[in-house]
Unconditional design. Structure first.
Length: 187
């Protein structure tokens, strides 16, 4: 089954629930994330705003592709002082393609992804999940579908996650930088 993402060719990374994405493994330290991300490009590490006192200090590691000047990060990794790497966000345009059981998740037109997720669920006799924002994706607690406006099209920007310190679910764990309104960052 071939899928069109509507974006440029990209690296393909594998996803293993509760383990990691591509070379990034949940639980890694900031230094380990920076070292593992070298295959994609240059990294920039910064502190995340501490919006919720329950969470330990968190860092954001932005990974920019080599040779793509002034572009958004291809991957953004969030690392908690207590649990290490807990969230990996793949940019809809520049990020690597990550599939869930053969279903490409990154950079997809969200309406096409929804149709494909429903067809996949019916064919495999499994469920799919719809986020509170209305984005369909795999019924996996480690995948949270987000929207990223690219031109006039809302494209998929999946977050691959494990629950962070002090949180009950991946929804509670979501970094505040990843909240979006109409596909635009509110951070």
């Amino acid at each position: 089954m071939a899928f069109k993402t509507g974006v440029a060719e990209r690296d393909e990374w594998s996803y293993s629930p509760a383990v990691g994405v591509g070379p990034l493994r949940f639980g890694m330290t900031v230094d380990e994330v920076v070292e593992a991300a070298e295959i994609l490009g240059q990294t920039k590490v910064s502190d995340c705003a501490r919006d919720h006192a329950i969470f330990s200090p968190t860092w954001k590691v932005e990974v920019h592709r080599r040779g793509v000047a002034s572009s958004p990060p291809a991957v953004t990794a969030y690392v908690s002082q207590v649990v290490g790497l807990f969230c990996i966000a793949a940019d809809a345009v520049h990020g690597p393609q990550v599939a869930y059981d053969g279903l490409p998740l990154v950079g997809r037109d969200l309406s096409e992804l929804e149709s494909d997720a429903i067809a996949y669920a019916e064919a495999m006799d499994v469920h799919f999940r719809v986020t509170p924002e209305g984005y369909a994706g795999p019924d996996d607690s480690g995948v949270v579908m987000r929207g990223q406006l690219v031109g006039q099209v809302l494209r998929s920007r999946p977050l691959f996650m494990v629950t962070r310190d002090g949180a009950n679910t991946e929804w509670d764990s979501m970094p505040s930088e990843e909240y979006r309104v109409n596909g635009q960052s509110t951070a």
